[in-house]
Design a binder for this molecule. Structure first.
Ligand code: C2E
Ligand code: MG
Ligand code: MG
Ligand code: MG
Length: 277
């Protein structure tokens, strides 16, 4: 009888689990191969000052071409890269590519722009992380203050001490620090105070709540918190003019979103910057 149940369970559950596991392992194998073949791309999305609407920086975002002219979303493959540990090497490539782009921006006369890079928890667990960030900066001879690291609340809560220590060392070196998707995770206010932060990124979900009948008070609360902590604030995912003007009214400093520009390859970004200049 017990045996029969086991068989039933097997038939009922296993194919699904196996399929999912096979799919994941396949994706990880393809990702590892494509990364080794230098097929990953780093695109950039401009960030603007809400008052002047001038570009003040950009966020680097990974793109994985699938060969059909389309791209696999980082929301799909970054978790797989984290799970497999690949994100340590991919993340280092992102840091080095970003610093190389900062160099190019400076050479083209855009030395005032900062470039933000998303950092995952396995990168912090790598004990050589701080050294690796500094080496990417030094190798390209760029100003450390031009580089910003974005971390989510879950990164902080996963390994508070490791993350606080690493960020303090990097902040002292000059690097800027932002909390990404702020308000969607569970972070302790006491850790927030211990982190050497420069900027809070108001999550897109709270910005999209800014519409008739929506709950704009969460965006408002985050901007107020940022102001009280002495931090700059940036609204993510601004798509509508009304959202931009509302965030400006709240005292939010900057914005990023489709209203201004979508993420684009670096060459297109250069054209975009020259047109706006
Ligand atoms: P994120 O860091 O919160 O990045 C912002 C995401 O919002 C990007 O999605 C961007 O394309 C999207 N976005 C920006 N403006 C708008 C808008 O107005 N409307 C809408 N609907 N979306 C907007 P993307 O590029 O698909 O990246 C998804 C996530 O993947 C990122 O979220 C980040 O968590 C992760 N990711 C991307 N690149 C990297 C990377 O180099 N390293 C790591 N660790 N994670 C990365
Ligand atoms: Mg980000
Ligand atoms: Mg974000
Ligand atoms: Mg996000």
């Amino acid at each position: 009888r017990a045996k029969k149940n086991l068989t039933d369970n097997y038939e009922y559950f296993a194919p699904e689990i196996e399929e999912k596991t096979t799919w994941r392992l396949n994706m990880i194998r393809r990702l590892r191969a494509d990364f080794a073949d230098r097929k990953l791309e780093l695109w950039f999305q401009p960030q603007v000052d809400l008052v002047s609407e001038k570009v003040v920086g950009m966020e680097g975002l990974l793109r994985w071409p699938d060969g059909d002219g389309k791209y696999i979303s980082p929301a799909v493959f970054v978790p797989l890269a984290e799970y497999s540990g690949l994100i340590v090497d991919i993340g280092q490539w992102v840091l080095e590519a970003s610093c190389a782009r900062i160099r190019e921006l400076c050479d083209a006369g855009f030395s005032h722009l900062r470039v933000a890079v998303n950092i995952s928890i396995p990168q912090f667990r790598d004990r050589t992380f701080v050294k690796k960030v500094k080496s990417a900066i030094e190798k390209n001879g760029v100003d450390p203050t031009s580089l910003e690291l974005e971390i989510t609340e879950s990164v902080v809560m996963d390994e508070p001490q490791i993350v606080i220590d690493a960020l303090r060392a990097l902040k002292e070196y000059g690097v800027q620090i932002a909390i990404d998707d702020f308000g969607t995770g569970f972070s302790s206010m006491s850790y927030l105070q211990q982190l050497p932060l420069d900027r809070l990124k108001v999550d897109r979900s709270f910005v999209s709540d800014i519409q008739p009948g929506g709950n704009a008070f969460i965006a408002e609360t985050i901007v107020t918190l940022g102001n009280k902590l002495g931090l700059a604030t940036i609204a993510e995912g601004v798509e509508k003019r009304e959202q931009a003007s509302y965030m400006l009214k709240l005292g939010c400093d900057e914005a990023q979103g489709y209203l201004y520009a979508r993420p684009m390859p670096f060459d297109e970004l250069m054209v975009f910057l020259r047109e706006k200049d």
